[in-house]
Design a protein around this ligand. Structure first.
Ligand SMILES: Nc1ncnc2c1ncn2[C@@H]1O[C@H](COP(=O)(O)OP(=O)(O)O)[C@@H](O)[C@H]1O
Ligand SMILES: [Mg+2]
Length: 571
């Protein structure tokens, strides 16, 4: 009932469409009832009063009734279906908006492919229900009521007899409905798995091919696909079972009507026209009742999907603006980590880290991989919140700032040179959509990207293919740097931003980075020590702790981990 209420809520803004549809639906059902009702007088006129004039009007009457019914049915279908689509559009939009507010933690726990499947298939299956609730339930419901009116009017005792079987149908219908709901949710989960596999293998196709494991991936897919069929087969089975079961049960009703009706006619308590009209109404009842059962099943299916969709819609973003979050102008770029500890799951990844970075300083982080460097810098843009302690920018706890304000202070370039499927110019201005072309050129020049960009077929208007495949690693990196330069934020974070490059392009990128670092606070993670000798301060991180810090020369003198790393690279 709760689900039902929530689904209906989404239809609320489109109530007038629903009302139009309802009125038209009443027309359809009314005409259905009228047709059943008119059978009796028409038959009487024809056969009892032998009034043959009726044959002149009847054809026109038939065409007229069906014409009006056709217009009503079109109106009813069109408006209800569009109302359903509009409601679904809202749900899909809300779903996507919600996803955008959720934190990295959520995205770590939910595979991309599965989320895509939820936006696409779950929401679509849910839509069947939203549209069906109103169309199916109401149209068929009205038709049933209209036709019931006719049979009660003709002979209420007989009508009661025909209805005794109804309670018998409730039990199987509910049982089947419940199954269908569970199967619907299971099969959507399966679609999620399938789409996760697709997403993974398509985006990791190079790895799959390099290892020659296409066969194994296909096998995984085949298994999922089979499993999906297995669940779908059950859904089909229950869907297909429901009609015959109901039919057999209702045959009991028809049988009793024939039995009692027949004896009434024989006793002269009912005319043959009466019983024909009665039976016609009963036969006509069959379609809308079948429709109602179908609707009921569709609604159960959509409830299964709705539960999954609402699960995400109800997800509370763990990182969001509070009521008293502050806005902030351009920060100076003073950073403080105050006794910061952090864990992703149970294990402590950062332990009691304290660190101060002055305005305009270049601080480098080095250390064995898995030490916690990336984790440490990802606390600054609040990809994750600290488990204990605090991170401050210009002396203000970042949790007190509006997220938008915080993000404006930070530009980030990391190993993952993600570029959008768009022109180079638009990729560069991603962080500042209103940047002029001159600004874009200047940023590209500072990033040593201008030359190779202008050599491309369409220059800055060249479209980058999926994930920038038409560019070399170094070129992509430099576009990402240009993007960060254009954003012009007071705090710059470089996480192994040059590790994918060869020496020559690295030198170029290093120059680009130097341009980028000017006048801002920079945190740089590098595994090539040669790139950070000039840093104001070098922090050595191992197993989540700061084990050494100081300038290059000092650290070498101290010995310890830094010296060991240095010797490994320069031996
Ligand atoms: N998203 C994540 N979920 C769970 N554990 C993670 C996640 N990212 C990193 N870790 C773990 O945190 C530790 C530190 O990782 P990271 O900060 O990436 O190290 P570094 O950048 O120094 O190589 C590692 O043990 C890693 O396994
Ligand atoms: Mg890292």
């Amino acid at each position: 009932m709760e689900l039902f209420r929530r689904l209906l809520q989404y239809s609320k803004p489109y109530w007038w469409r629903i009302v139009i549809s309802l009125v038209a639906t009443l027309g359809v059902s009314g005409l259905n009832g009228a047709i059943a009702f008119l059978i009796k007088p028409v038959l009487e006129k024809m056969f009892v009063q032998k009034d043959l004039k009726i044959f002149l009007f009847l054809p026109l009457g038939v065409i007229g009734i069906y014409l009006v019914k056709g217009v009503c049915r079109f109106t009813a279908d069109y408006f209800i279906a569009t109302a359903g689509q509009l409601a679904i559009q809202d749900i899909r939009e809300g779903f996507y908006r919600k996803n955008m507010t959720l934190s990295m933690r959520f995205f770590n726990n939910n595979p991309t492919g599965a989320l895509m499947a939820r936006v696409l298939s779950d929401v679509s299956v849910m839509q069947e229900g939203v549209a069906n609730i109103v169309t199916g339930l109401l149209r068929d419901g009205f038709s049933v009521i209209g036709l019931l009116g006719v049979i009660f009017y003709r002979n209420w005792q007989l009508a009661l007899v025909s209805l005794v079987v109804i309670p018998l149908t409730v039990f199987p219908a509910r049982k089947i409905g419940k199954r269908i709901k569970r199967l619907s949710s299971e099969s959507l989960g399966m679609i999620g798995d399938i789409s996760r596999i697709l997403q993974e293998t398509f985006s990791g196709i190079k790895v799959v091919k390099a290892f020659g494991l296409e066969g194994r991936e296909v096998e995984k897919f085949v298994n999922c696909n089979k499993e999906f069929y297995r669940i779908t087969r059950k859904t089909i089975k229950y869907g297909a079972l429901s009609s015959p079961i109901m039919e057999v049960i209702s045959s009991l009703g028809i049988a009793s009507v024939i039995w009692f009706g027949g004896s009434m006619v024989m006793k002269g308590k009912m005319t043959s026209a009466d019983i024909i009209s009665f039976m016609a109404a009963m036969v006509m009842l069959y379609n809308p009742i079948k429709g109602l059962i179908g609707t009921y099943n569709a609604i159960q299916r959509s409830f299964g999907a709705a539960e999954r969709v609402f699960e995400i819609l109800d997800e509370e973003p763990d990182i969001k603006d509070g009521p008293d979050s502050m806005a902030m102008g351009r920060a100076q770029g003073i950073l403080d980590f105050d006794r910061v500890s952090f864990c992703y799951n149970e294990e402590m990844v950062l332990k009691d880290v304290s660190l101060s970075v002055r305005k305009g300083e270049v601080v480098a982080f080095v250390g064995p991989s898995g030490g916690g460097k990336t984790t440490l810098v990802s606390l600054i843009p609040r990809f994750y919140d600290v488990t204990s302690g605090s991170v401050l920018i210009d002396g203000i706890d970042i949790r007190k700032l509006k997220l938008k304000s915080l993000m404006e202070q930070i530009a980030m370039v990391d190993q993952e040179t993600f570029l959008f499927n768009d022109t180079i110019a638009n990729n560069i201005r991603y962080g500042k959509p209103d940047a002029t072309l001159e600004e874009v050129y200047a940023a590209a020049q500072a990033a040593f990207a201008h030359d190779f960009i202008t050599e491309m077929p369409a220059g800055y208007e060249t479209c980058i293919g999926d994930r920038g495949v038409r560019l070399s690693g170094g070129q992509r990196q430099r576009i990402c740097i240009a993007r960060a330069i254009l954003k012009d934020a007071p705090v710059l974070i470089l996480d192994e931003a040059t590790s994918a490059l060869d020496t020559e392009s690295e030198q170029m990128v290093q120059k680009a980075l130097k341009n980028l670092m000017a006048n801002r606070t920079t945190l740089v993670i590098a595994h090539r020590l040669s790139t950070i000798f000039h840093a104001d301060k070098i922090i050595v991180i191992d197993r989540g702790e700061i084990v050494q810090s100081g300038a290059h020369a000092e650290l070498l003198e101290q010995g310890g981990l830094y010296k060991k790393l240095y010797e490994m690279q320069f031996a």
